[in-house]
Design a protein around this ligand. Structure first.
Ligand SMILES: [Zn+2]
Length: 135
């Protein structure tokens, strides 16, 4: 099982680094996640995957930009930038109270993580983390 997981991690990290120039994972607090969800987090080997991803990123010249764990990627509306503090872990879809757009939780977070990660200096012409709002 451990060997299969390691092979899966290497294949996945290798594929991601071949396909993308920039990868923006969330800098997760694994200790906190383990205390919240227990052994499941350890079984997934996420910490090991991140190590493998770092190695593959160096090999392929892929920019690996970790987004701060306290950035509210899930609660921030990727359409208007409003932060919805009412979202819970059970909410897989939610509607922004400001602009009315309905979000898939994971897709919305991925869009926000890409914007924040790609706005890191030195990565060229990218969109800012938050769109400018006309006053
Ligand atoms: Zn919104």
């Amino acid at each position: 099982m451990k060997r299969q997981r390691g092979a899966f991690h290497r294949e996945t990290a290798n594929r991601l680094c071949r396909e993308y120039d920039v990868i923006c994972p969330e800098d997760l607090m694994l200790k906190g996640m383990k205390s919240l969800w227990g052994r499941k987090v350890s079984d997934l080997g996420f910490g090991n995957f991140v190590q493998v991803l770092r190695t593959q990123a160096r090999k392929h010249g892929t920019h690996l930009v970790f987004v701060d764990r306290f950035y509210p990627s899930t609660k921030t509306c990727s359409s208007c930038g409003d932060v919805n503090g009412a979202i819970t872990l059970r909410d897989r879809r939610w509607e922004c109270p400001q602009c009315g757009v309905t979000h898939d939780r994971d897709l919305n977070a991925a869009i926000n993580l890409l914007r924040v990660g790609a706005s890191t200096p030195g990565l060229g012409d990218v969109r800012p983390a938050m769109p400018a709002v006309a006053v």
